[in-house]
Design a protein around this ligand. Sequence first.
Ligand SMILES: *Cc1c(COP(=O)(O)O)cnc(C)c1O
Length: 415
Amino acid sequence: MAYSDKVRALYQDQLKAIQDAGIFKMERYIHSPQAADIDVEFPAGSSLKKVINMCANNYLGLSSHPDVVKAAHEGLDSRGYGMSSVRFICGTQDIHRELEDRLTKFLGTEATILFPSCMDANAGVFEAVLTKDDVMISDRLVHASLIDGIRLCSAMHDTFKHSDMAHLESKLQLHADKRLKLVITDGVFSMDGDTAKLDEMVALCEKYEALLLVDDSHSSGFIGKTGRGTHEKCGVMGKIDLITTTFGKALGGASGGCVSGRKELVEMCRQRARPYLFSNTIAPVVVAGVLKVLDILSLTTERRDKLEKNAAYWRKGLTEAGFVLREGDTPIVPVMLFNAKLSQDFSRALYDEGVYAIGFFFPVVPQGQARIRTQISAAHEIHHLDKALEAFTKVGGKFNILGKTKQEIIDMYGM
Ligand SMILES: *Cc1c(COP(=O)(O)O)cnc(C)c1O
């Protein structure tokens, strides 16, 4: 069957249903580099508007940092634009090796392997190190890319309730007969901004002889005293068997990711992980940029310290304004709205007030838990945060949700 009118109509109906539900995702075109202030075309075709960006993963403000851009230029000049190869054929340069060694030092692990993205790292790691005789036990709120990687692996899969250590322990007991048990969690959970209880998880893994994998994409570079990640914050550096993380967030924000951990497990990824073996090597320009980011982070903790101060200021301001927030102490501050359409209308109204913050709803978050996920950056100055607080307060008043409880908001707008 060709792409007949009937087939076309089928998809048109599906798309219309998404539009009618008020949850059609519209991209906004940014005409400037990633920063606290961005020039945006939205809706498509309208003139540019300068808005404050409150939803980038640019935690450390390094995405457009002049030193990173300069290092990337130099990488481009000295190592070329592309490698036209995967790593094991002819896609490994000296700087790929250097970046792996630098990440190993930074994360406090034994070895590191680069991947085209953290999505790819998560897609490849499980099948590379586990077999059907093993079990994967994951937190129920782990990132979509971990779920996909788990699906691609022949080991058995089980879950435990979000951050529920008693439930995890019961699952470790239940699967005592397996060859290997691998516990899987996000370090900082991307949608809620809460931190995994890594100290307790390490203790449980030691007690039941299980391995532990932590996806630290929303932590690497800024969580912990020197920004090494959740394992630093929780006092368990050197005790995490596998860390996966991205360079697409705090670490310059371009692209790329890695698996870092026990050297035999990393070597298994090099031999077996399919996204590593069958997808192109990270471009030299990106490698050079990430190397510079690690230089900057090893000189001073100024940026992560500023980020921490900014996040506390923002959380306090929103709380005082009367919003329902998710508890936490990270730069991810979700403003809960519960209803999907409200999250879209709220986001649109914020935009009219000069603030760029996207509303999230199912399937990105569970049904009935729609929200505006705000993310703080070291690139924000207090005047950005004050202006954004003013906009949030104005829009919150307009929708009459300030000082209202979760139940009152749901009564007004539905789930
Ligand atoms: C963003 C994210 C990823 C994906 O990272 P990419 O490098 O963009 O593929 C993976 N895991 C978590 C927890 C993330 O937040």
